[in-house]
Design a protein around this ligand. Structure first.
Ligand code: ATP
Ligand code: MG
Length: 359
């Protein structure tokens, strides 16, 4: 059982600050996902934990030891990459046992360990085969197996599923989650795919420009984003974010933007500052009015029937909004429509700092 703690972890490449003073405590046995857009520093973070990248400053504790200056091979971590990088001339069994062979373990012990892991991954039949005769999903399982065989204290994954087609990716996601339950080993997983992060992580760490923007369970981050970046990044379709100006009016708060004028209750957090960005999740836009709801009138620009739900793109006199409705066969492209939302479901952010405004 091993916890991992990053303290002030920083990496500079010349003038570029790839990872900027990251503090993060990962509990033993936890599945943590680092998620963020391209270039946010996820891979650099992971490579520093693995010992594949030097640290500019800060500490990396694996258990009680600061390993920042410890050689990669002495850190007892295993990393799985997007490219499986299997040895083409070796069989699956030889690929999986390679690290143990380097460690000079007895042949029988290696064989037994490889067979045991292959069985749990459904690779027993493939053991004598060469990588190029395997499907992408099988190759990815071999790469996983190669890491599991080593029995590391911590697993590090860098976008391990992104070379797989969509269906296989979903299947492998499920397999990885089950694997984590079975092994109960600390896992740190990097992805730019927020759906992968939401479905896999015990906790997710949202990164942007080398910094951690928010850490929490998937639903904590989804329900309660700390800033407009996190709000817009987590969730699909993305949260509607509308910039405008807020001010007091007749005991209420007026929010105005080009073509749109909304009245919000006096206690609404949008009253916290002048330059305000409102945030409305697509599922909080509704076709049914209610006494307390705010109306947003517009025209339907696009309809997506996904079966269980219907996604609408609606252009108002101001912004274009995306609404996520339960299945609705009665909405047509080009028709006028009113969307309704409860003020309590409208988030507010300070447009200048991006920070969430709270009541
Ligand atoms: N070896 C390097 N030399 C110079 N700059 C680098 C190097 N590696 C990464 N960077 C820079 O550091 C920043 C973070 O890169 P990193 O690869 O960690 O991002 P990422 O979040 O993994 O992105 P992606 O989702 O595209 O994989 C980027 O600006 C990148 O250009
Ligand atoms: Mg990366």
């Amino acid at each position: 059982m091993t916890d991992v703690r990053l303290e002030g972890l920083t990496k500079r490449f010349g003038a570029v600050v790839a990872v900027d003073a990251v503090d993060l405590a990962i509990r033993s046995g936890e599945f943590v996902v680092l998620v963020g857009p391209s270039g946010s520093g996820k891979t650099t973070c992971l490579r520093m934990i693995a010992g594949l990248e030097t640290v500019t400053s800060g500490s990396i504790f694996i258990g009680d030891t600061d390993v920042a200056q410890v050689h990669a091979k002495d850190r007892n971590v295993a990393m799985v990459f997007q490219s499986y990088a299997l040895y083409p001339h070796m069989t699956v069994a030889e690929n999986m046992g390679f690290a143990l062979k380097i460690r000079k373990l007895p042949r029988e012990e290696i064989d037994a360990r490889v067979r045991e892991v292959a069985a749990t991954l459904g690779l027993t039949e493939e053991l004598p085969r060469k990588p190029k005769t395997l499907s992408g999903g099988q190759q990815q399982r071999v790469a996983l197996g190669r890491a599991i065989v080593r029995d590391p204290a911590v697993f590090l994954f860098d976008e391990p599923l992104s070379n797989l087609d969509a269906k296989l990716r979903v299947a492998m996601r499920g397999e990885l989650i089950k694997l984590h339950h079975r092994l109960d080993t600390t896992m740190i997983y990097v992805t730019h795919d927020q759906i992968e992060a939401m479905t896999m992580g015990d906790r997710i760490v949202v990164m942007h420009e080398g910094e951690i923007r928010q850490v929490g369970t998937p639903l904590e981050v989804y329900d309660d984003p700390d800033d407009a970046f996190v709000a817009g990044f987590i969730g699909s379709p993305a949260m509607n974010l509308v910039e405008g100006a807020a001010g007091a009016r007749d005991g209420a708060i007026a929010f105005r933007t080009d073509g749109l004028d909304l009245s919000l209750p006096a206690a609404h957090p949008a009253g916290g500052t002048d330059a305000v960005t409102l945030g409305i999740r697509p599922e909080f836009l509704d076709l049914q009015p209610s006494a307390s709801a705010v109306e947003l009138a517009g025209r339907i620009e696009a309809v997506e029937h996904l079966g269980a739900e219907t996604i609408l793109e609606v252009s108002t006199a101001g912004p274009t909004l995306v609404a996520r409705l339960p299945r609705n066969d009665g909405v047509d492209h080009g028709s006028d429509i009113s969307l309704w939302t409860e003020p309590a479901n409208i988030m507010a952010f300070d447009t200048d700092s991006g920070m969430r405004l709270r009541a």
